[in-house]
Design a protein around this ligand. Sequence first.
Ligand SMILES: Nc1ncnc2c1ncn2[C@@H]1O[C@H](COP(=O)(O)OP(=O)(O)O)[C@@H](O)[C@H]1O
Ligand SMILES: [Mg+2]
Length: 287
Amino acid sequence: MLKPREKSSMDEREARLVQGDQQRSPVTQQRPPIVVVRNLTKTYRLGETTVPALRGVSLTVRAGEFVAIMGPSGSGKTTFMNVLGCLDRPSSGDYWLVGRKVSQMTPDELAEVRNRRIGFVFQSFHLLARATALQNVALPLMYAGLSRAEQERRARRALELVGLGSRLHHRPSQLSGGQQQRVAIARALVNNPALLLADEPTGNLDSRTSVEIMAILQTLNARGLTIVLVTHEADIAAYAHRRILFRDGQIVSDEPVTAVRSAHSELLQLHQISSDGYRALPAEGEQ
Ligand SMILES: Nc1ncnc2c1ncn2[C@@H]1O[C@H](COP(=O)(O)OP(=O)(O)O)[C@@H](O)[C@H]1O
Ligand SMILES: [Mg+2]
C-alpha cells in the first residue's frame, strides 16, 4: 500500500498555529522553532493497566527561549522531557527538532542528536564517580573524533564557563552539590547543543546554590541557548521567561513570566562570592 509522503520539516504557518505561540513577542516569533510537538501522547503499559502519562501535548519552543515547565508530581513532566530528549518515543503525535522529524531519524541520527544537539541536566547530576570533573565533561567529546588535546581544551573551557576552572581534577565526591551540578551543566554544554533540557536541576540543592545554578542558566540563555527546565518551585520558574503548567498529562496554561527574576542581581545583592571564587557571570549587556 502506498503511504502518503510525510513532510520532514515544519512550515512557518503551521508552526504559528501551535498552542501558546501567539503569545510570544514579535521578535521571538521570528526566530526559528527548535522544538515543535503536536498532539503527543505517551501511554505506559504495566501488565493489565495502562497509565496515560501524556494526553495530547502541543507546543513550540523557539530559538533563545527559556521555558519553565511546572506541574504536580505525576503530571507527565519527566515523560515529556524524555520525549524531547529523544530518550523515549511518544505513543502517538509528532515531534520536529530543529525542523527535522524525529520519528524519521535513523538510529545513528538519533544517537547523534542525543549526543550533540541536546544537553541534559538531571536532579541527581549523573556524574561518573571515579572520573575527574575534566574527564566527566570531556566524555561526550570522545565520540566526536577530536584529538585528546582538543577534547581537554573544550572541556576546560566549559568548566571555566560555569566557574569551575580551579576544580578540573576534583572527583564528584570532592565537590559540593552545586559544584557537581555545574560540572553536569558543563558536560551538557561541551558539544554546543541547540537545546538544553534540565529536569529539576535545583531539586537537590539549597536555595542559595539554586540561585547560582539559575544565574548560570540565565547567562547561557542570554548568550542564545534555548532552555527547557522542569521545576516544581514557582520561585525557580520565575527565572525563566515563559511558564507552562502541566496537569494530568496535558498543558493547562502557557504564559509569559511577567516579572522575571535576575539571579545575577540577587547574588550581587547578597554580596555572595563563594569560596572557590565563583562569581555570577554578567549577562549580555550587563557590566
Ligand atoms: N516507566 C514508567 N512505567 C510506567 N508508568 C510510568 C513510567 N514513568 C512514568 N510513569 C507514570 O506516568 C505518569 C507521569 O510520570 P512523570 O512523567 O514521571 O511525571 P512528573 O515528572 O510530572 O512527576 C505518572 O503517573 C507515572 O507514575
Ligand atoms: Mg519528574
